[in-house]
Design a protein around this ligand. Structure first.
Ligand SMILES: [Zn+2]
Ligand SMILES: [Zn+2]
Length: 338
């Protein structure tokens, strides 16, 4: 009798009714959470992290005796000319760009270009199509397989998913980008990040069973509606263009694997949104929202942030993070409180 009582009290104390259990994958949990606003790190912090990534990449390239690649990356953004007022940086001009896909400096420029290109299209699509943009992350089980196979397996499941009746009934296309990380198990963990346009509400369990049907063994996905911050949502997906692989954790062999698949795409659009993009003509209003103005600035122009005159400073990539830190400090100390 006592035993049964204690068992039942244990149960009531520790067991959580299944309908209250939430995991990062459940819709109950994610639908009440706003989409994560894009958190801009300070320029000095990102410059530092890019420099670190660049040095790691150069080291890996030397390890696999690809000195041509190592030199190319070393030379990229090795000297930078800045236009500054002393408190803000209005423009950065590198001496050289290498265009290597994993180069953190070039990848960042590419991501920004994509952002400027797709933001008017995404906003236009949402405005004209009665859809809710959602961030959807699709993941697959980890297997001992090559990088190329891991990406192909995921993309093949994704292509099957978006052809199915359930998907076509509830979504009207979107953008996708691939991210590859490396697990503690040493295996490639490949994810697909979508900015998808949902036209009809559904129970997340149904989407999960659809994903299981096309992968054969995966139910892991995460869906997060973008309630307000559409640019933030787009950045969230496009950041994987700037960082398709978590390079800092990669080994020489990982770089070798990546070089073997250089023609594979890591970003694209699909479905109705893809057709919409093909026909889209940005309005003057769209163009004015984008940050393309910096290109016209020269020494002596007024700083766009404070109207003080801009002057040019030149430095090496090694000196850049410290310089930016000083600029940020002086902007903080001289700006009015609040
Ligand atoms: Zn580069
Ligand atoms: Zn300024």
């Amino acid at each position: 009798m006592r035993l049964s009582l204690s068992t039942s009290s244990n149960r009531s104390q520790f067991a959580v009714p299944s309908e209250l259990k939430t995991s990062p994958q459940t819709y109950v949990h994610t639908r009440v959470t706003n989409s994560q606003p894009y958190k801009a790190k300070s320029r000095s912090v990102t410059a530092e992290s890019r420099l670190r990534t660049k040095k790691h990449l150069v080291r890996l390239a030397r390890e696999i005796n690809n000195n041509g690649l190592a030199d190319k990356i070393t030379n990229c953004h090795s000297r930078i000319a800045l236009l500054t007022c002393g408190r803000h940086v209005a423009r950065m001009m590198p001496n050289h760009t290498c265009e290597f896909r994993l180069c953190p400096n070039c990848a960042r420029r590419r991501a920004r270009k994509h952002f400027n290109n797709y933001l008017p299209k995404v906003s236009g699509f949402v405005r004209t199509h009665r859809v809710t943009p959602v961030l959807l992350t699709l993941t697959q089980t980890h297997r001992a397989e090559t990088l190329e196979h891991s990406v192909k397996r995921l993309m093949s499941a994704f292509r099957k998913l978006i052809r199915r009746g359930f998907w076509l009934e509830h979504f009207r296309g979107g953008t996708w980008s691939v991210e590859v990380t490396k697990g503690k198990d040493g295996l490639y963990h490949t994810h697909l990040h979508l900015l998808a346009f949902r036209s009809k509400f559904f129970d997340i369990k149904l989407l999960r069973s659809e994903w299981l049907a096309v992968t054969g063994d995966s139910v892991n996905l995460n869906l997060k509606p973008i309630l307000e911050d559409v640019p933030g949502g787009l950045r969230e997906v496009l950041k994987y263009i700037a960082k398709p692989l978590d390079i800092e954790r990669f080994t020489a062999q990982n770089l070798r694997d990546f070089l073997g698949i250089k023609n594979m795409r890591f970003f694209g659009t699909f479905g109705e949104f893809r057709n919409f993009c093909a026909d889209f003509v940005p309005s003057d209003n769209d163009k004015s929202e984008l940050d393309g103005l910096a290109r016209d600035l020269v020494e002596g122009c007024a700083c766009p942030h404070c109207q003080e005159p801009l002057f040019e400073v030149r430095m090496s990539d090694n000196e850049l993070p410290d310089f930016l830190r000083k600029i940020e400090e002086s902007a903080r100390s001289k700006s009015p409180p609040g």
